[in-house]
Each structure stands twice: as C-alpha cells, then as structure tokens.
Design a protein around this ligand. Structure first.
Ligand code: 5MM
Length: 340
C-alpha cells in the first residue's frame, strides 16, 4: 500500500468545487431505468448513453471522479475511445463498483447484506491494470420501528471494512458507502439515530481491519426525513443534522465526504449540499457530492434513447454537474439554477 498515492487520488476525487459522478448502474438497474422511459435495454444503448454522459467539454471542471460499472470500464465510447482514456483526458479519476449487490440477510427478513468479497483481491488487481484508481461498495440499511437490527449493522460494517482493506492493499481508494434508505415515514430524529450508529459501526470495523483513513472517501446518505413522513424537515435542518451526525462519527483524517442523493429530487440534493457550507460549522473534510440519480435523471429523460437528443441531454447533465460543483463551494443559488 502506498498511502501517498491513495491520499493524492482521494484528494483529486474531492478537490474544491468537484464531486463524483456515479454512473455505475449495474446492467439490470440501467435496463430498468431505460425500460421505464421506453429505451431499448441493450448494450449499444447503454454505450451511447454513457458516451453522452462523459463527453461534455469542461466536465472535469466539476467532476473529479466517475464510478463505472465493469461493462463500461472495459468498453469504448461510440467514437472508439476507451472510457478510461476519455475520463483521464479530463482529469476525472476512473473508478469501479466492485460489490456484487445487496442480498437478503439470513434470519433477518427485510434486511440486506452486501456481497462481493470472494475473489475480490484478484479482481482489484485486474481493475487497477484496466485503469481504475478507486472503487465503490454500497451497503444499505432500511428503517422501520424495529430495523435495522444489530446483525445488519455489524455484517455490513464488516463487509465494507474488508473491502476497504483489500482496496488499499491494491493501491485503490475505497469509497465506503453506508446508505440509510429514505423509504418510509420515519422522522429526521430516527434517521439521525440510525445513520449515526451505522457510521460508528463502520468506523470501528475500518479500525479493526487497519484501514488508513487518509486513503478513503466516505459516501454517506444525508440525515433526512423519510420520503413518506409528514412535516418533512427543511433544507437547513437536513444540513445541520447531517453535519452534527458526521462530526460525531467521522475522524478529520478522512479527506472527503461525498454524499449520495438517495432518491432526493435533483434540486433538493443540490440545495442540501449547498446549505452544509452555510451551516456555520468548520468542516474538517471536503464535503461534496457523489450523485447518481440527481446528476443523471433529467439528462436520461431528455435523451430518451434518441441520438438527435444527445446535445440537449449532454447540456442538462453538464448543468447538473456544474450546479453541484458550485454547491460544493457553497456558491449555489436558485437564480444560478434558473439563469442556465
Ligand atoms: C448509480 O447507481 C449505483 C449502482 O446501483 P445498482 O448496484 O443498484 O445497480 C448506486 O450504488 C449509486 O452509486 C448510489 O446509490 C448513489 O446513487 P444515488 O442515485 O442514490 O445518488
């Protein structure tokens, strides 16, 4: 493990005014999104769509890293360049999703544990050869009155920590992603409690496995009311509670925190990030985004599988990247959103 290399990569991914583009939908997830829009679920369409996403001139000004699915890391754009080369040419670090998905947790109905440790070492060695310099592993926690169970917290923390240690051993920065799901009618207080415990358990497991915190990026969910809750907390409260939680769990050695959007609307996700930079709190880490849906949804809808829509879809994707890059500096405003 070369900690200087890991640290330099992590810093580049979350450099000031930059965040991460999560475009690592597995084929089933990508196909599901395409089918909902009437787009043929083929490898050719996935290639055309992903080519559109990575080929905006100037994208590297706001995006420091892009998370790819295995298919894309090995693939070429529609004009025959490797995706890895296209990203590197824009100073965007190529990354790879390496978990094999959240599977049912035995004896715990309604809960999941993320799998993918078997054979991960050799896979990481190959991914490094192919040009990936960071990886991602996502664990999910569902909230109900009774869940998550301690079994869910500890199994997922163990998986994340074993994965992170393997990544660092291969000079690949691990994105550690514990996602507390927004689904449900829970309060923001309950979200705080679950998110704090999930993060505490993860950092204990990372310490147990000897992971060097200077060479990771944390990708958490925000502390937020459930999607179906009454009187959902407003933007400033989400920002304040999210930071209160992170300050209680994440050591300052971690170079960056890059949030997932987790089902928030595009603009909501941008406003929450922006508000964190106005909460009057000194932040010991870079605080930015690693959005999937909140960067892509509008662009995918506009593209709709038609090559004639590529330019407008690309402009929309670029706009969202720019709005979030600006929000990562606390410089976003509704006027800026509308002006574009
Ligand atoms: C982009 O979607 C990622 C992969 O999903 P599947 O494994 O289900 O195909 C996902 O892990 C994503 O990176 C994170 O959930 C963050 O995305 P959002 O849309 O929540 O910002």
């Amino acid at each position: 493990m070369n900690i200087d290399t890991l640290q330099a990569t992590a810093r580049a991914m979350v450099a000031p005014g930059k965040g991460i583009l999560a475009m690592d939908e597995s084929s089933p997830t990508c196909n599901k999104r395409f089918e909902a829009l009437g787009i043929p679920a083929t490898i050719e369409m996935r290639r055309e769509y992903r080519t559109m996403l990575v080929s905006s001139p100037g994208l590297g000004e706001y995006i420091g890293g892009a998370i790819l699915f295995d298919e894309t890391l090995r693939d070429q754009t529609t004009d025959g360049k490797s995706f890895v080369d296209v990203l590197n040419a824009q100073d965007i670090v190529p990354g790879i999703k390496v978990d094999t998905g959240a599977k049912d947790l035995a004896l715990h109905p309604g809960e999941k544990v993320t799998e993918g440790l078997d054979g991960l070492g050799p896979r990481l060695a190959e991914y490094h050869e192919l040009g990936a310099r960071f990886a991602k592993w996502r664990a999910v926690y569902a909230i109900s009155d009774a869940l998550p169970s301690q079994a869910c917290f500890s199994a997922n923390a163990h998986g994340l920590a074993r994965y992170a240690a393997l990544c660092q051993a291969h000079d690949i920065v691990p994105i550690v992603e514990p996602e507390v799901l927004i689904d449900g009618s829970h309060s923001i207080e309950r979200s705080f409690q679950v998110t704090q415990h999930a993060q505490q358990t993860v950092f204990e497991a990372l310490a147990d496995q000897g992971v060097d915190l200077r060479g990771i990026v944390l990708k958490p969910s925000m502390v937020i009311s459930g999607a179906e809750a009454n009187n959902r907390a407003g933007v400033d409260e989400v920002a304040r509670e999210t930071l209160r939680c992170l300050l209680s769990t994440v050591p300052p050695a971690v170079p960056g925190i890059a949030f997932l959007s987790g089902g928030q609307s595009d603009e909501e996700a941008t406003m929450h990030l922006n508000a964190m930079h106005h909460a009057g709190v000194a932040l010991p880490w870079a605080v930015t985004f690693s959005y999937g849906r909140a960067l892509q949804a509008a662009a995918m809808t506009t593209w709709a599988g038609q090559s004639g829509n590529v330019d407008s879809a690309r402009a929309i994707a670029f706009h969202r990247a720019r709005m979030n890059g600006v929000a990562a500096l606390g410089e976003y405003s509704p006027e800026l959103e509308k002006a574009a």
